[in-house]
Design a protein around this ligand. Structure first.
Ligand code: SF4
Length: 567
């Protein structure tokens, strides 16, 4: 529930406590804003109201009025007389109106919840100990809170299919489905992929895909997140780890410049799943399937774990000193990455200034935009490179200018952070011709040609910030430790910077933020710890008219995006 600027609030009364909410607020949300949970299954804040589970039944009353005169009716104490509806009402389908009263804890309400739970559990299998949803199952939680604790049902339960593949990533256990229709509404309303529906009636109702179709859109795993029970499970995660063992770390998806907010679930240094984190300004409660699987990158074998000079192992300080010596002497060019954090880009920019202000490029990535949560700009932090001052030109997928400068002997040293120069269009001969300082977590072709090799950390092992397409600054934390002995990229950048200009910058993110807030106007007075959970919009005036992709402004315009999406 969010209040628009200047919107008038109205008073509603929840269990006799006055709550001020915008008119029309759904009563589940109104109660939640006041710290009170009204149990529900089918209601979801980002989907239309279905009102089919009946778990959110409450008693509802309105101040009475005299039918003849229209005057408010008053009780003996002179207070408005509340006319209670004869039967309970669903809170999800009830919008706040001035003076509305609801009771969420009365005997009638408790009896309703008790009855709904009894019906829901009639055919539900008693398999919580082996159910993958255990630990985050609303049915389990509400059965404990509102169930009667035993079953009066002595007849045979309806048995339904187990392990039905709905698509390449989602498995259905029919017996556990409580027919809330959240998954159906998600596909219809958010992805506009009408693929799921119910067949048959009563206890035999079953969720299924339409004939000849399967649940394979790139947002299919959101149905697993919103399924309130263990009916839908992710084939990537099911039975791999109990959820109560997972630590959840806030992170940002690097798939594109949308900057989807995520939670990385890990245990003992291993990532098991990535789920969306709610941010109404960025991704609501959704994320793409492809973004969820990015953690598999870490499982690839081509990891750079050794600091090296000429291919021989060295210590971080040795690598930093050698890198600084090379940069001091050479005609340096810099290649940054739209996947590096703002802090890394800022430090690389300072290094660039400290050794002659050589040219800098960013390797840009583009792809098809899906009008949901994947943008055509596939760089999570292109805007960080602009804000930090690392680049003053648009990114290039192919580094043609750099290629020409190498051929013209205008550049003999390349400092490359997190990219592969061969992939970016340079040739083996050109890599042979120049001296390379490489930092990255991949042991790629550029690393093989590097004079100085510096292992880097992935976004899952690092902390820092990205600036998304809205120019929203968002922070992420390290979910798992990096390989043994590998320092954060900023620690190496600071070492190189201190070798070059002797500034004595401390390799702490807070110290780097102190410098950034001093030097970058749009980050003035900001600190890393002070970045709000949902991120913070920063000024983008300087870059507003810079085109990024043909016909598209670098600045994300929500109204333009809405119009493009037909909203
Ligand atoms: Fe609801 Fe889950 Fe059944 Fe879909 S599978 S209708 S989300 S209970």
């Amino acid at each position: 529930m969010s209040q628009k600027t200047g919107e008038k609030l109205i008073s509603v009364f929840i269990d006799d406590e006055e709550v001020r909410v915008p008119p029309g607020t759904n009563m589940i949300e109104a109660a939640a804003s006041f710290g009170k949970e009204i149990p529900h299954y089918c209601y979801h804040p980002k989907l239309t109201v279905a009102g089919n589970c009946r778990m959110c039944l409450v008693e509802l009353g309105m101040p009475g009025r005299d039918r003849a005169t229209g005057e408010p009716l008053l009780d003996e104490g002179g207070n408005p007389k509340i006319m209670w509806m004869p039967g309970p009402a669903i809170a999800c389908g009830t919008n706040a109106a001035p003076g509305m009263h609801i009771k969420t804890e009365s005997d009638v309400v408790k009896k309703c919840r008790n009855g709904v739970m009894e019906f829901l559990l009639i055919n539900h299998p008693l398999d919580c100990p082996i159910c993958d949803q255990a630990g985050e199952c609303h049915l389990q939680e509400y059965a404990t809170d509102y169930g009667r604790g035993y079953s009066r049902f002595i007849e045979e339960k309806v048995v339904k299919p187990k392990r039905t593949r709905l698509g390449p990533r989602v498995m259905l256990d029919d017996e556990r489905c409580i027919l809330c229709s959240r998954c159906i509404r998600f596909c219809n309303e958010i992805v506009e992929d009408e693929v799921l529906g119910f067949i048959d009636r009563g206890s035999h109702s079953t969720l299924t895909c339409f004939p000849g179709r399967q649940l394979e859109n790139n947002y299919s795993l959101n149905t697993v997140d919103i399924c309130p029970v263990g009916a839908l499970t992710s084939m990537d995660f099911r039975f791999k780890m109990r959820v109560w063992f997972l630590s959840e770390t806030p992170s940002i998806c690097t798939e594109s410049s949308v900057g989807v907010n995520t939670l990385v679930g890990s245990r003992e240094g291993k990532i098991y799943r990535i789920t969306p984190r709610r941010n109404d300004e960025v991704n609501d409660t959704w994320m793409s399937d492809s973004g969820r699987l990015l953690y598999r990158e870490l499982e690839k074998a081509d990891r750079l774990t050794q600091y090296s000079i000429d291919g021989k192992a060295t210590l971080p300080d040795g690598a930093a000193k050698e890198a600084a010596d090379i940069m001091r002497k050479g005609k340096c060019a810099f290649v940054g990455s739209g996947r590096s954090s703002l802090e890394e880009q800022f430090l690389l920019q300072k290094i660039r200034r400290a050794c002659g202000n050589g040219p800098a490029w960013l390797v840009g990535r583009t792809g098809a935009e899906d009008e949901l949560l994947i943008s055509a700009d596939r760089n999570p932090n292109l805007r960080g490179a602009l804000v930090s001052g690392l680049i003053d030109r648009l990114p290039q997928a192919r580094l043609t200018e750099l290629s020409e400068q190498i051929d013209a002997d205008a550049v003999d040293t390349i400092v490359v952070w997190g990219e592969d120069l061969l992939e970016a269009g340079l040739t083996e001969e050109q890599l042979e011709k120049v001296t390379i300082v490489y930092c990255g977590y991949r042991d790629n072709a550029t690393a093989a040609h590097a004079k100085v090799g510096i292992p880097g950390l992935s976004v899952f092992e690092n902390r820092g910030c990205f600036i998304n397409q809205q120019f929203r600054l968002q922070s992420f934390l390290a979910a798992v430790p990096g390989p043994e002995g590998v320092l954060p990229d900023v620690a190496l950048l600071v070492r190189i910077l201190n070798e070059l200009d002797g500034e004595g910058v401390r390799p702490r993110i807070e110290s780097i933020w102190q410098l950034m807030s001093d030097e970058i106007e749009s980050l003035k007075w900001m600190t890393f710890a002070g970045i709000p959970e949902g991120g913070q919009l920063i000024s983008c005036e300087a870059f507003k008219d810079l085109p990024f992709i043909e016909g598209k402004s670098l600045h994300y315009d929500p109204e333009e995006a809405l119009a493009a999406a037909g909203g």
